[in-house]
Design a protein around this ligand. Structure first.
Ligand SMILES: Cc1cc2nc3c(=O)[nH]c(=O)nc-3n(C[C@H](O)[C@H](O)[C@H](O)COP(=O)(O)O)c2cc1C
Length: 324
């Protein structure tokens, strides 16, 4: 294999750049900022929320975590206000405590701390919509009673749009729907920058190479980023890309579900190009850019690449055995 010094050096330089950003903004090394603190509260809260939804709930689970949430909230509200994260945590604690009460095992010391904190911070636990809820299989089956495969087969990367502009209301709806995607510990690390003014979009697009053949068609542009301040483990160093990818795909499907067209526009760039976009759009240093995506109204007829899929056996390994 030829030793390509230039490529190796560039690769190392880019990894080093990414590593520094992760070290600076995640709390894998030290926790300090507001978002780091919010993330810790969300991780702990999610533990309680998740614990309630297991098939066999272990009574008394999570008491240490519950105390820890109350402690972290004290520190948090000393510097910041009781925001949606605090409300969610309180509502989840309320549900957790009610669950134990109903099972004949009231967690008195946590109940007292929770009630006292709620009183002092003027929090009504129900404000935050947390805890667990009962859902019915029938409701889910009714909601998916359509041919999802057919819908997927009719999604294409669309590179032609009519001049009509997508409305801001539709953009709100699309992003609210995309927010329903799964994400690590419900930390919701993703931010979407939506540009819905044709002139502005046309100024941004030259920064991305993959739209050159259809740039003039594009009137709406989404940019999906992930906030590194929500990650706390070294093992999570790529989690932003994963959550971002999942969000971006859901965004594409939400656009498709509106009867509109979308095309991912890759942000597979080196640090210099990345910095240009960040500077132009004022994307803060703590966010990583996952992808761009164009969107627009469908023409009555238009061409798309067939983009044939690989044979299933190249994609699927369906196993019954494992050597352990
Ligand atoms: C992360 C990602 C980046 C992409 N970047 C571009 C791009 O820059 N320009 C483009 O025309 N298509 C881009 N695409 C679209 C792919 O070419 C397309 O999804 C693929 O060929 C499959 O076709 P389909 O989406 O129509 O099924 C991208 C897709 C993904 C998932």
């Amino acid at each position: 294999m030829p030793l390509n010094i230039y490529a190796r050096t560039a690769l190392l330089r880019n990894f080093w750049h990414d590593m520094r950003r992760y070290a600076r903004h995640s709390f894998a090394i030290a926790s300090n900022g507001r978002e780091n603190q919010r993330a810790i509260i969300r991780i702990l809260t999610h533990y309680l929320e998740g614990g309630e939804s297991f098939p066999d709930v272990r009574l008394g689970f999570g008491q240490e975590k519950a105390h820890s949430i109350l402690n972290k909230i004290e520190v948090y509200v000393a510097d910041f206000e009781a925001d949606d994260t605090v409300l969610w945590a309180h509502a989840t604690l309320e549900s957790y405590l009610a669950f134990h009460r109903c099972q004949g095992m009231p967690l008195v010391d946590i109940e007292e701390r929770h009630a006292e904190q709620a009183r002092r911070l003027c929090i009504h636990p129900r404000d935050g919509g947390g805890g667990s809820e009962l859902v019915r299989a029938e409701e889910i089956r009714n909601a998916v009673d359509f041919d999802f495969g057919e819908s997927l087969r009719n999604r294409h990367s669309v590179r032609q749009y009519t001049p009509a502009q997508i409305s801001d209301d539709q953009i709100h709806k699309i992003v609210v729907n995309a927010q329903q995607c799964p994400n690590v510990c419900n930390r919701q690390t993703i931010r979407v920058y939506a540009y819905n003014d044709r002139k502005t979009v046309q100024k941004i697009l030259p920064l991305q190479a993959g739209n050159a053949g259809f740039r003039q068609e594009i009137g709406t542009l989404f940019i999906v980023t992930a906030n590194l301040e929500h990650f706390n483990l070294i093992g999570e160093r790529y989690q932003g890309w994963i959550d971002g990818g999942i969000f971006a795909m859901t965004l594409a499907l939400a656009i498709h579900a509106e009867g509109l067209g979308a095309c991912f526009l890759n942000w597979s760039v080196e640090q210099e190009a990345d910095q240009l976009l960040r500077n132009a759009l004022r994307i803060p240093d703590n966010e990583i850019v996952i992808t761009c995506m164009s969107a627009g109204h469908l023409k009555d007829e238009f061409r798309v690449p067939v983009s044939a899929r690989k044979p299933l056996d190249e994609v699927l390994t369906l196993s019954r055995e494992v050597v352990l």
